[in-house]
Design a protein around this ligand. Structure first.
Ligand SMILES: NC(=O)c1ccc[n+]([C@@H]2O[C@H](COP(=O)([O-])OP(=O)(O)OC[C@H]3O[C@@H](n4cnc5c(N)ncnc54)[C@H](OP(=O)(O)O)[C@@H]3O)[C@@H](O)[C@H]2O)c1
Length: 428
């Protein structure tokens, strides 16, 4: 076996400590699989006096993370987070100085992936980020290798464990969003800035990375239409359940000809779909290819073990000599896909209306569906809400979004409508 692969890690938090523990616990097995010893020789962190769950004695402590790029290392592992500042500087400098880079930082890859991939290419180095999407699920390797024979048409999934935990808990505990959010905060499940999770930004970063890998396009985070879970009500969760659905926050990227539709939004998922039973902090990704059909991956999307597992897998691949462009194709071959508007979507819809509880309203709003040639699968009047309005749920057959938006607009303007209608897409 050749000499050791020398590794420096910036960030010894949840993921850094997890990766280090795996490298130590499975050192002999990893060496056999990698064909080389994987040796962590240097680390960097913000506060060296903080107690750590892993022993750092014997490792060189580098005070400023960017300085890891100047150490005699083969690979720099960036596990600090944030898309600007230290993480961006370190990765840029490490690639420029001829180091391979492994990162778990989806924000960094979503914002700067193209420039960093070009840098990796120029310096003939690997830039690997398996841990950045869906934690322990090897979705990037699957798209790059296992599914490489397919023309992929859609990638969709539950990509944010915090949102999935909150939505699962709302239904399980019959509690509304605010209650569960407060509980999640107390349990330490939220980021310092919870908006990153609950407004769909984190899932949006992952969608842009998956889309680039799956479709051979330039990563386009700005082109992801972001939606979160703040507006998801227990009432809609109950109604959805009664219709045979669950509400999940999905990240979805679809290719239509040469254009891309990327979005993050709460969707109704049929209970028969594997995504419907993915609860708590788990992630799942479904990929559709022309030859393979639909393939679904499920597993832990976060935590020291799962994310560390993905980081170490990237290190083993580097040690073995696997070389591939960060987004599967060389940057010069990545297409700049046109971003499709949500109006281009086609599918089924869930619409909840709040209407005056009086005769004749059914005829009034159903006329609007007929006017747009939208075929309705079911209409059910539910209870009378606290404000005295009748709750009516409509589930449509397959239709197009533009027509659906017109219906929502015209129903919202009807005199019998008491509140803005709630429109959710149904994922099939
Ligand atoms: N946690 C997960 O389950 C998970 C899953 C997938 C991806 N990720 C990604 O993995 C990365 C790390 O996440 P994490 O959960 O491990 O974070 P974390 O627990 O907060 O750890 C961050 C580490 O980076 C260090 N650090 C932060 N800013 C620094 C700076 N400016 N200079 C030097 N050191 C700095 C911190 O030092 P101190 O310890 O001294 O404060 C800490 O050791 C992020 O990009 C995150 O999005 C995390």
């Amino acid at each position: 076996m050749s000499g050791a692969l020398r590794i420096g890690i910036a960030g010894i938090g949840t993921v850094g400590a997890g990766a280090l523990a795996i490298l130590r616990d499975h050192a002999a097995m990893i060496e056999a699989r990698a064909g080389q010893r994987l040796e962590v020789v240097a680390v960097s962190m913000r506060d060296p006096n903080k107690p750590r769950s892993v022993d750092l004695s014997g490792l060189k402590l580098v005070p400023h993370p960017e300085a890891l790029a100047d150490e005699p290392l083969d690979v720099v592992v960036e596990l600090m987070g944030g898309h600007e500042g230290a993480a961006h500087q370190l990765v840029t400098r490490a690639l420029t100085r001829g180091k391979h880079v492994v990162s778990a930082n989806k924000a960094l890859i979503a914002h700067h992936g193209m420039a960093l991939a070009a840098l990796a290419e120029t310096h003939d180095r690997v830039l690997a980020f398996e841990a950045a999407v869906a934690g322990g699920i090897p979705i990037i390797a699957a798209i790059r290798s296992g599914l490489a024979a397919n023309r992929l048409t859609r990638v969709a999934g539950i990509l944010n464990g915090t949102c999935n935990y909150i939505l699962s808990k709302m239904l399980e505990a019959d509690a509304d969003f605010a209650e569960v959010l407060a509980e999640a905060g107390k349990l330490g499940y939220l980021e310092a800035d919870p908006a990153l999770d609950i407004d769909g930004i984190d899932a949006g970063h992952k969608v842009s990375i998956l889309a680039a890998l799956a479709f051979g396009t330039v990563p386009d985070f700005a082109g992801v239409k972001l939606g979160g879970i703040r507006e998801v009500t227990l009432r809609d969760m109950h109604y959805a359940r009664d219709f045979g659905y669950r509400i999940k926050l999905l990240g979805i990227a679809e290719r239509r000809d040469e254009a891309l539709l990327q979005r993050v939004e709460p969707c109704l998922v049929p209970v028969s779909s594997p995504l419907a039973s993915v609860d708590g902090a788990y992630n799942a990704v479904e990929v559709e290819g022309d030859a393979v059909g639909r393939v679904v991956f499920e597993g832990r999307g976060a935590g020291a073990g799962p994310t560390g597992s993905a980081v170490v897998a990237d290190l083993i691949a580097i040690a073995r000599g696997d070389r591939y462009p960060p987004f599967t194709l060389p940057t010069g071959q990545l297409a700049r896909a046109r971003a499709l508007d949500a109006a281009a979507r086609e599918g089924c819809y869930y619409l909840r209306l709040s209407l005056k509880d009086e005769p004749g309203v059914l005829a009034e709003f159903t006329r609007e569906f007929a006017a747009q040639h939208i075929s309705v699968k079911s209409i059910v009047q539910r209870e009378i809400a606290e404000d005295g309005s009748a709750q009516v749920v409509v589930v449509t057959h397959h239709t197009n979004e533009a027509a659906m938006q017109r219906v929502v607009k015209s129903i919202a303007a009807l005199p019998c409508t008491t509140r803005t209608p709630v429109l959710l897409r149904i994922h099939a």
